[in-house]
Design a protein around this ligand. Structure first.
Ligand SMILES: [Zn+2]
Length: 284
């Protein structure tokens, strides 16, 4: 699975950066920008690399030469876009009539690594068409205290793991939030047989010894975990790890486009950046 996308700027090629260190070794790598390539006799390059990477991060107004970039993790609904588009590939006679052939081809799925410049405009047009879909679907929605800010979501009928440690996984399914025995986040079809905690309205507080205690608010039933529920979602950058949090899970029928509006908007901005710079949209 890919993690995000970016479009590189042209500042180095246009001479708009500060002077790079070790300029004599600088080479341009497509879809990456300036990099150091040393002759063979130069050893112990790690200090030079650090200095060069520091320069890269602030050489022009675009950090690391990213004219525009997005991280998929910031958009809880993004997987639903993929699922919807993949599903629309065939009609009832199993004729291939994908409504969004360019999205289907280039949305990152781990295989395509970029959108070539020639296909960026058609890709953007399909995104605009996708925004017009009014169809509603049933989703399992995971919220914190702010009900407008969706933390995680999954299609009805599709359990999804959102946090885990070596032995247990926490996730959402049609019946709410669950914690089940798992192996490093992997659950199987029979995960329901190994459920140790279930709730649709619960709190998480820190536990003095083991990490966190998760409590069902109506029954008071507790489960102690070593994982913070937001640990994987926030990639470890939890602002106040000791704060008590309240979560709820609900089944909601909402337009697919509402769920992924921010994701589609960000993709459109990436495409616009690509058309502006003449550089492809690259998935990483
Ligand atoms: Zn730049």
């Amino acid at each position: 699975m890919s993690y995000g996308g970016y479009v590189k700027c042209n500042c180095y090629e246009e001479g708009k950066t500060s002077e790079p260190p070790f300029k004599e070794f600088v080479r341009i790598i497509p879809d990456y920008g300036p990099a150091l390539k040393y002759p063979e006799h130069i050893k112990n390059t790690s200090r030079m690399n650090t200095k060069f990477m520091d320069w890269r991060s602030s050489a022009c107004p675009h950090s690391d030469f990213n004219y525009a970039s997005i991280r998929f993790n910031d958009f809880p609904g993004f997987e639903s876009v993929y699922e919807y588009i993949a599903e629309k590939k065939y009609d009832e006679d199993f004729e291939c009539v994908n409504l969004f052939p360019i999205l289907y081809q280039y949305l990152p799925d781990g295989y395509e690594d970029k959108i070539p410049i020639i296909d960026v405009l058609p890709f953007m047009n399909e995104l605009l068409a996708f925004q017009e879909i009014t169809e509603k679907r049933k989703f399992v929605v995971f919220n914190g205290m702010n009900p407008d800010k969706i933390i995680a979501v999954t299609n009805y009928g599709y359990p999804r793991v959102i946090a885990y440690d070596a032995k247990y996984a926490g996730g959402i399914d049609d019946n709410g939030f669950f914690i089940t025995k798992a192996f490093h986040g992997h659950i199987d079809r029979n995960y329901e047989m190994n459920i140790v905690f279930r709730s649709s309205f619960f709190s998480q507080s820190t536990h003095l010894v083991y990490g966190f205690v998760i409590t069902d608010i109506s029954t008071g039933k507790e489960f102690i975990t070593s994982f913070h529920i937001l640990q994987q979602i926030m990639e470890g950058n939890i602002p106040d790890i000791k704060k008590k949090l309240i979560f709820r899970v609900s089944i909601e029928e909402i337009p697919i486009t509402r769920l992924c509006r921010d994701f589609i908007d960000s993709l459109i901005k990436l495409c616009a950046a690509s058309l502006e710079t003449g550089n492809p949209v690259v998935w990483y």
